[in-house]
Each structure stands twice: as C-alpha cells, then as structure tokens.
Design a protein. Sequence first.
Length: 276
Amino acid sequence: MKRVSLIVLVFSLVVMGGTMVAAQEQAEMQSGPPPVMFITREHVKLGHGAAHNKTEGAISRAMQRANYPGRSIALQAISGSPRVLYIHPFGSFADAQKLHDTVSKDAALMEEFQSLNAADDAQLESADIGIFSLNKELSYGSPSSLAHQRFMEIASFEVRPGHYAEFVEVTKMYIDAVKKAGIAADWAMYHLEYGGDSGIYLLFSPDKSLADIDQSSADGKKFRDAMGEDGMKKLEALIASAIASEHSNLYVINPNQSYVPESWEKEDPGFWNPKK
C-alpha cells in the first residue's frame, strides 16, 4: 500500500525541494530504463511474507480495476532482509506530478487504497521511498523490455565526496573492457536525488534466469584478460579511492504484486497473470 500513499504524500515536497533537468521522452516501461524512478521499499516482518503478498496483490488488482494511470514492478528480495522494492517509472518529474494530481483527486480510489492500508501496515517493519534519476553516461547496453525478465541484480555504490570523476572513470573502464571482451551485458545506472545521501548510485542488471549469473561468472576471465594486468591494478586503485562501500543484492520479479503494461501481459500471460 505504501507504494501509492507515500508517493502521494511525498510528491509535494519533491516539487518544492528543487528541480532537475526533465527528460524529453515518455517513461514507457517497455522502451527501456525510465529517466525518473520512485522506488518504494517495504521491509516485511518475519513470517508475514504470504500475507503481505496477498495484500499487495489486492492493491494491484484495485489499480487494474480503476485503470490506474501509473505502473509499478515489484522486486522481492532473495538476499538480505525480507523486503520488496516497488519501481515506479516516469518520463520526467512533470509526469510524476500528473500522476500525483490524478490520484489525489480520485476520492473513490484513495478510499479503496486506505481500506487496505491497515492490513499492509500490520505486515511491515518499515517503509520508505527514494527518488532516482537515470545516468545515461554510466549505463550500458541496448535495454529491452522487462516483459521476459525474471530476476534483477542491484548493486549499490556509495561514492566518496569529491570523487565522482573517478567513479565515472571506473565505470567507463568497465564498459571498455566489456566491449573489448565481447561480453553480453546490459545495465542502467541511477543516482539518488531525494531520500538519502547524495553519493548513492544504483546499478540495475536484469536476468532472464539465474543461469545468466553463471554466465557472468564465467565471463570474469574474459574481463580480466581484456583489462590486462596494469589495467586491473589501475581499476582496483580507482575503486578504492572513489567508492566508500558497495553492496549487491538479488531480487526476483513478483508478478502478483506488479502492475505492468498490457503489452507485457500479452507477451507472457502465463507469468504476468497468475492471479487471473
């Protein structure tokens, strides 16, 4: 439930707190990484996973019945603490405001969501929201639809103050080595704009299956060979200088809690419509 209510509550603070360069393209989930993402994070109480899945599934169906104008994809953590991330894509902050204005004026829809809120609250330890912008310079690959993806690897980087240029150099060294080695790779890099420390970057890399991770591990030697011994030493030194901490986690896409474009459902109805 917080994936809706927190966006409605927080958005007025976002538009007053500052501005960013608005992207020119619309945020269609099927056209690649969206320029702006609101990410709602819900930490689920131990033993409440099934109940939380049921409640959030009901919210997704309520969105569908109401023809809710936004979209969201639910990522359920496999590693780390029990939690779910809800990804809300937008083409710009202006698009986010349009959704906010529409939802906040729909009294019937808000009342239905509020009726589910009590059950959701009882299942959660906490909930928060972060607002991220796409960094195209640090992203790589030819992103395709997530309609047939099943997992998401997310790496979080805390960049030391004043060391962004080194972080850019690290990422570009990775990109160059991946190209040289002929490694199939695809990732989107996002910067945290609101909701935490300014030096936080998230790298999203989708997988069709866990076998993709096996392949990435097997490609490690190709990467090192492409970098060369001197390149690896330089890379490691830059990482130590630029990055204060790094954490990687694995998530599985939860179709029951997601609300995705109709085109995705048509592409793979057996996966996206388990609740029907």
